[in-house]
Design a protein around this ligand. Sequence first.
Ligand SMILES: Nc1ncnc2c1ncn2[C@@H]1O[C@H](COP(=O)(O)OP(=O)(O)OP(=O)(O)O)[C@@H](O)[C@H]1O
Ligand SMILES: [Mg+2]
Length: 259
Amino acid sequence: MDAKPAISSAPPDASAEKVISIRGLAKSFADNAVLKGFDLDLRRGENLMVLGKSGSGKSVLIKCIVRLLDADAGSINVLGQDVLGLDQDALDRIRVKIGFLFQSSALYDSMTVQENLEFPLRRHWIAKGAQDTESLVEEVLTAVGLPQTRAMYPSELSGGMKRRIGLARTLILKPEIVLYDEPTTGLDPISGKEIVELILELQRTYGTSSIIISHDLHVAKLAANRIALLHEGRNYLEGTYQDLLASDDPLVKKFFIFM
Ligand SMILES: Nc1ncnc2c1ncn2[C@@H]1O[C@H](COP(=O)(O)OP(=O)(O)OP(=O)(O)O)[C@@H](O)[C@H]1O
Ligand SMILES: [Mg+2]
């Protein structure tokens, strides 16, 4: 991949279409109320970061968006559809449009990189049609800068490479929206920065709209057009990296203690 300047791309127009709109989202596990009326809008072409401390409910939030978890209350609209009201068929169709990069890369150890990449295609083949598997695998491996790994097994890849292959597998369905759960956690700073540059490149090349879940402020600085702070189950505040850096709010200051 070409070296790219480490700057966020221009924020999309504030009037751009909302591709995700979340209102009053609530989710509890027994007496553990994790989300308590969370609101969020993602606009087309935007990289929106959700920042929050460990255990604040960031992964729960994105699992609710793709209905890997069932929300207790509230509404989630994705690409004009009320996700919480969809039947299984309609849910499958919308899930094809949403890429989800798991906190762990979640590759199948017994499959080669190529087989791992073909897996979502086989599942959703009817929905996608046209372009052949071989050229799609080639395209996404090139996009993540790992065209030589096709025949390798996950055990032969480094942590950073696995993360990239996980991303390639997300991209193979050409999603309109990508949800990244901790894309840089556990990576060394150089591999982490490469992933951030990849996220920016995907935003530019494919016009992807993304929610990036992280507690890594470098990601916030380099990749986020806008940041929402998830605190005590709510969207505590939103702003650009610069807004948050300049904020006097004691909670925001806590996050910026090392910056
Ligand atoms: N399937 C589940 N069953 C019960 N409790 C859960 C489940 N998933 C998450 N939780 C609880 O929800 C809370 C939020 O978890 P979540 O994984 O969303 O945190 P997070 O903000 O993603 O943290 P981290 O930054 O460490 O990944 C935690 O208290 C967790 O124990
Ligand atoms: Mg998490």
